[in-house]
Design a protein around this ligand. Structure first.
Ligand SMILES: [Zn+2]
Length: 366
């Protein structure tokens, strides 16, 4: 669980960084210790984090101007400044560390251990905070108390009872249509999971696959050619899955954990042949071209509950109102207190094991 998700293409750089960081870890720890001597609480908080046995896998040292003013309304962890600390902030930080984006407006809020660097330690801390493993960032317990009223403790910005929902999109990748959905996810700052069809992954969609992965979205397996597997042999089923997994890995470095059966049809041969967890979801009839954006949105909003997987399509014939429906669905679910997560994060946050031996299809978790 304490492993940072890493894109395959960054591996070389990261392996190099491990070597460099081995040399600097001692220095880093000594420095962190020196900076936390202002309070025994902060030391013990930091020591507790260190004791978890983190690996310092990558590091990008950034000059932070004004870090000395921490403790007065910085909003640690809320990198997009929307008032909540959630997986959108996590994705933002991860993209920054990997150099996919070059700046974050609220950069001061990202130095969660208060060491003056924005690096993998902060990514780990943010992830652990969102997963409610820790309740306070080390930098917050280091901050000086600005007023003599200690009873005015900051209100936690993460609701431990936040409702979770996982948006998923089927039948891509497509060079023109998939970006319409990706643009909406960027606009609203939420992660999603894309169930892709293996034979559509080629040189014309390679850039789209990379964009999905680099944006922090998850990629699932939707078979090789969208065939109904009900009448297929176990061998043919396995080949369809494995070819698709290989194509996904070659283009993104991701290995899928989830499978979305074409037409949502399942049978025992599929469950025994496919070593992935089956994901269904709340649907919106968005394969019917006559369904309007509002009708699609209403179907999802009426069907969603805490833990739901939402099943939509990034690829359908034009006119395709699903991207437009996202402009209704996402803000409304945010208003209702939902946090958007990938399917993997939904399982983790709900404490449900991702077990490839399961013989059920999940429409929600648990
Ligand atoms: Zn499909």
């Amino acid at each position: 669980m304490n492993v940072i998700f890493i894109w395959g293409k960054k591996m070389k750089k990261i392996i190099f960084n491990i070597t460099v960081l081995m040399c600097f870890t001692t220095l880093f720890l000594a420095n962190a210790q020196a900076q936390t001597t202002s309070g025994s609480d902060s030391r013990s908080a930091f020591a507790a984090i260190e004791a978890q046995g983190y690996n310092y896998l990558s590091s990008l040292t950034i000059e932070i101007i004004g870090i000395g003013t921490s403790g007065s309304g910085v909003g640690y962890g809320d990198l997009n400044g929307d008032g909540v600390i959630d997986s959108s902030d996590y994705i933002l930080l991860r993209r920054f560390i990997l150099g996919i984006i070059s700046s974050i407006n609220n950069i001061t809020a990202a130095d969660l251990n208060g060491d003056g660097n924005i690096d993998s330690t902060d990514v780990i801390l943010l992830r652990r905070y969102i997963m409610e493993i820790i309740r306070v960032f080390p930098v917050e317990s280091m901050a000086p108390t600005p007023t003599p009223i200690p009873t005015q403790a900051p209100t936690p910005t993460v609701d431990p009872n936040a409702k979770l929902v996982a948006l998923t999109f089927d039948d891509g990748p497509h060079a023109q249509l998939t970006p319409l959905v990706l643009d909406k996810l960027d606009k609203h700052g939420v992660p999603a999971t894309f169930f892709v069809i293996g034979q559509q992954i080629n040189s014309s969609t390679s850039a789209v696959m990379k964009r999905i992965a680099d944006s922090g979205h998850e990629i699932g397996n939707h078979s090789w050619e969208h065939q109904n597997m009900n009448n297929m042999s176990a061998q043919a089923i396995k080949e369809s899955i494995q070819k698709t997994n290989r194509a996904i890995f070659e283009h993104t470095g991701q290995t899928p954990k989830f499978f979305r059966p074409p037409f949502l049809s399942t049978n025992s041969a599929m469950f025994s042949s496919i070593d992935l967890v089956f994901a269904g979801g709340v649907t919106a009839n968005d394969w019917d071209q006559s369904t309007t954006a509002q009708q699609r949105a209403s179907a999802i909003l009426n069907g969603v509950r805490d833990g739901s997987i939402v099943l939509l399509h990034d690829v359908q014939p034009l006119p395709h109102p699903t991207p437009e429906a996202l402009d209704i669905i996402i803000p409304e679910l945010k208003r209702q207190g939902y946090e958007f997560v990938t399917v993997s994060d939904l399982f983790r946050l709900k404490g449900v094991l991702i077990n490839p031996s399961d013989t059920k299809m999940y429409n929600s978790v648990p």
